[in-house]
Design a protein around this ligand. Structure first.
Ligand code: SME
Length: 322
């Protein structure tokens, strides 16, 4: 394994920061957020309501104005706020007003509540990106934190205390959160592109049990060349704009394909591949340098959770190697 090098900002410890995220029932939201890389601590509680020191029972009446909220203390060096907000979007339906999963009421509204005005730039960046993707206004509040009261002890770490407790968050999101944490510590300080790609492909492939997981690197202006991967043998070269990989490169955006047979120009490296996701890796100047390609032998394997979480994963990787 290449030597780790500790040259960058990682060595200058920055102060921990706090953000308050309302994502529906706070049990599952906390369980997800606490697993992400760079999270120092979490607490569940009630934010932006109008009565003093509310109890869970009072908030449950839906008359106090509070939203079930997770206080997240994080290390912005390991987990920049933009990525944290992108991860948050993976566990909510941002178009739903006062309803997430089975839970309905203003206490289950979604919101990003900040303490520091300076955080607004990063929040806005992730927010507008999500809004552009959705093509309509999000129903997620974006406001200064007015107040926050921690909930009773029994609600803290609820899904650790009750492993089979109610949870509206897709279990896949928890696996991805754990994967991101492992990935972040695995690649930190390793500058070698091939090594990082090889271990990243292995980590994703092993933890998510996909059919084919690997990288294609931009070789010249017209071609992607096969990079490190896990799975059956694959095609060596893919043209700009060709197949799913070349399309993702050209569009400079992730491409999710539910049924490869319906994707015009899909390149079948293996006939067993049924659905696919491709996520680009950008360098600091915004150029696509490579793509992550994942194939599944089942139809419609990948959704917005895969896309959002793999996009964060590829930002973690790109930050280390480009
Ligand atoms: N199906 C991809 C080609 C790569 S293999 O699936 C590994 C595409 O259409 O770009």
């Amino acid at each position: 394994m290449p030597q780790k090098r500790y040259l960058y900002a990682h060595q200058f410890a920055m102060e921990a920061k706090r953000i308050y995220l309302a994502a529906g029932c706070f049990w599952g939201a906390e369980h997800f957020l606490r697993k992400l890389p760079g999270i120092k601590s979490t607490r569940v509680g009630f934010a932006n309501g109008s009565t003093p020191s509310p109890s869970y029972r009072e908030v449950y009446t839906d008359t106090t104005g509070y939203a079930e909220t997770v206080e997240v203390v994080y290390d912005p060096e390991k987990m920049p706020l933009k990525w944290l907000v992108e991860a948050y979007f993976a566990i909510i339906d941002p178009l739903s007003l006062n309803r997430q999963g089975e839970d309905e009421g203003t206490r289950y509204r979604t919101g990003i509540f900040y303490e520091d005005e300076a955080d607004l730039a990063a929040i806005d960046e992730a927010y507008s990106r999500e809004q552009d993707f959705q093509g309509q206004a999000l129903r997620v509040e974006k406001e200064p934190l007015r107040n926050f009261y921690p909930a009773e002890e029994e609600h803290q770490d609820y899904l650790i205390k009750h492993a089979d407790g109610y949870c509206h968050v897709d279990l896949k999101a928890f696996r991805y959160a754990e994967l991101l944490k492992e990935l972040e510590s695995m690649v930190e300080g390793v500058g070698d592109e091939v090594g990082v790609m090889a271990n990243t492909a292995a980590l994703i492939h092993e933890s998510m049990r996909f059919f084919w997981t690997g990288f294609y690197r931009v070789a010249d202006e017209g071609h992607l060349a096969l990079g490190p991967f896990q799975g059956p043998v694959a095609c060596y070269s893919i043209g700009f704009g060709k197949g799913v990989c070349g399309t993702s490169w050209k569009r400079m955006a992730s491409v999710v394909v539910e049924d490869v047979e319906q994707f015009p120009g899909h390149i079948a490296c293996s006939s067993a591949s049924r659905s696919e996701i491709v996520v680009p890796l950008f360098d600091r100047s915004g150029k696509v340098r490579a793509v992550l390609d994942i194939d599944s032998d089942r139809l419609a394997t990948f959704d917005d959770i895969d896309r959002r979480m793999l996009e964060i994963a590829m930002q973690i990787v790109a930050r280390e190697i480009y």
